[in-house]
Design a protein around this ligand. Structure first.
Ligand code: VGL
Ligand code: ZN
Length: 212
C-alpha cells in the first residue's frame, strides 16, 4: 500500500513582498495569490502559512549596518550561521521589511464550534456556556496588553463586525467601528441603517477617519 498525505506550505505571501508598495516587492509577486487560493481548494492534509516577522533591529536590514556596507540588495554582512553556532555566513542585506507590529500580531480563528454560529471575534462565552471551550481568548489577551479601546474594521459590518464591536463593549472596552473601513452584507436600511441604530443603543461609536 502506498501512502500519500500532502501538506501545503505557503511562505511569506506578505504585502512587503508584493508590488506596488512592498519595501521588498518581488516582481509580479502578487500574481501568485489567486493561484495559491486555488491550491487551497485541494485536499492537502495540512495547509500552513509562514510569516516573515522581524524585530526592528533585525540583522538583515541594511539600515542596521554602517556605511558603506549598508546598501539594501547590494551589500552583504558576516553574521552567525543559524545552523552552526561555530560558523558565520555571508548574508545579503535587505530594505526594512515585515517588521513586527506593522501588520497583524494575532490571528483569531472563530466559528470553530460546529454546533453554533459565532460572528464575534470574542466568542463571548458569557452569553452561551456551550461555546466556553471555543472561547478565543481575545478579551484576555487585550486586557493583558493593557488595551482600553478597540477599533473594529472589516467584513461584514452588519454581522461579524457588529458582533465583535458589541462584544467589545460587553467585555468592558470602549468600542469604535470605522465607517470607511467596513461594508454591510445587506443593502441600505436593512444592513447599515439597522446596525447603526443598534450601535447607538449599546454604546458602539461609528466613527470616520479624517485624514483620507
Ligand atoms: C525573504 C528576503 C528577506 C523571503 C525574507 O521571504 O524570501 N527574503 N526576508
Ligand atoms: Zn526577512
Amino acid at each position: 500500500m502506498s501512502y500519500f498525505k500532502p501538506a501545503l506550505i505557503i511562505v511569506d505571501l506578505q504585502e512587503d513582498f508584493c508590488p506596488p508598495n512592498g519595501s521588498l516587492a518581488v516582481t509580479e509577486g502578487r500574481s501568485i495569490a489567486p493561484i495559491i487560493n486555488d491550491l487551497l481548494k485541494l485536499p492537502f492534509e495540512k495547509k500552513i502559512a509562514t510569516k516573515d516577522f522581524h524585530p526592528p533591529d533585525h540583522v538583515s536590514f541594511a539600515s542596521n549596518h554602517s556605511a558603506p556596507n549598508n546598501q539594501p540588495f547590494t551589500s552583504f554582512a558576516t553574521i552567525p550561521n543559524p545552523y552552526n553556532p561555530d560558523e558565520t555566513e555571508i548574508s545579503r542585506l535587505w530594505p526594512v521589511h515585515c517588521v513586527q507590529g506593522t501588520s497583524v500580531d494575532l490571528v483569531i480563528e472563530k466559528g470553530k464550534d460546529a454546533r453554533v454560529e459565532m460572528y464575534s471575534a470574542f466568542d463571548a462565552p458569557f452569553r452561551n456556556p456551550i461555546v466556553k471551550e471555543a472561547s478565543s481568548g481575545l478579551a484576555q489577551s487585550l486586557r493583558e496588553a493593557g488595551v482600553t479601546d478597540v477599533f473594529v474594521v472589516g467584513l461584514a459590518m452588519d454581522y461579524c463586525v457588529k458582533s465583535t464591536a458589541i462584544d467589545a463593549v460587553a467585555e468592558g472596552f470602549k468600542s469604535y467601528v470605522i465607517s470607511e473601513a467596513t461594508k454591510a452584507v445587506d443593502p441600505g436600511e436593512q444592513g447599515w441603517g439597522k446596525t447603526e441604530k443598534e450601535f447607538e443603543s449599546v454604546g458602539v461609536k461609528l466613527v470616520g477617519i479624517s485624514w483620507r
